[in-house]
Design a protein around this ligand. Sequence first.
Ligand code: ADP
Length: 193
Amino acid sequence: MNLVLLGPPGAGKGTQAARLSEAFDLCHLSSGDLLRAERQRGSALGGKVAGTMDTGGLVPDEIIVEVILNRLKEGRDSAGFLLDGFPRTRAQAESLDKAAEAIGRRMDLVVSLEVPDQPIVDRITGRRSCPSCGRIYHVRSLPPVKPGICDDDGSALAHRSDDTEEVVQQRLSAYHEQTEPLKAFYRKQGLLF
Ligand code: ADP
């Protein structure tokens, strides 16, 4: 089974992707996590995308397409793929179709997580995560026992630099303008759920 998760920032793509990939033994590819890892490593690619990510825009298609398609090839023997945060534009979706075909796969299902903008701003500005284990908290609705500290491993919780109100508004605009039209693209193919 090859699956795509669509949805605005903070809809829960990462949370659901972790559960689904474990339950169905899928190769989970999160475009945001891959880009953040490049930045953390201090790679040239990380340097190129930093400014765009920090202001909430979409990084150029050719950059993210190359990153994801390389990973698809590496995971060609997996039971299936779960793409989280990719594709986000029509050009990315078309590249994905071609790349999947090249390794004898096709997308089976595209799940769109629907959440209105206002709860998203609240969710994201209060979101904190553990840099070691990835557990997600919220300062009001899901706080850790000790403020700022992960319940599981005692690490100091992090606040993503793009999880501010101003940047979230930009990420929402990017979603509505460039990614939401993919729903029609996949609906036509009978893949949208
Ligand atoms: P979100 O919580 O907004 O869904 P992600 O962690 O998926 O965030 O992505 C963080 C940032 O990385 C995005 O705001 C964007 O700058 C960049 N990014 C991630 N995936 C893509 C993609 N498929 N195309 C273009 N930019 C991307």
